[in-house]
Unconditional design. Sequence first.
Length: 86
Amino acid sequence: MATKKKNSAFMQPVEISDDLKAVVGPGPLPRTEIIKKLWAYIKKNNLQDEKNKRNIIPDEKLAKVFGGKAAIDMFQMTKKVSAHIK
């Protein structure tokens, strides 16, 4: 008899802020999907620093999520995004 695997908290759909919806689309979405869509947006709009791919240079929409136009390290990105998850 197969046992059902319990969904992790990362797989639970969460509500997202309007600023984040402008980037990843309407919610609720699981956290994993939010990050996946965020990376798709970053790559589609060529927002990675050419010399250091770990740095993201926000456009107008991402600046609202990241709290400014300054470049941000990809490891800080999840912390900034968490502020937009309810």
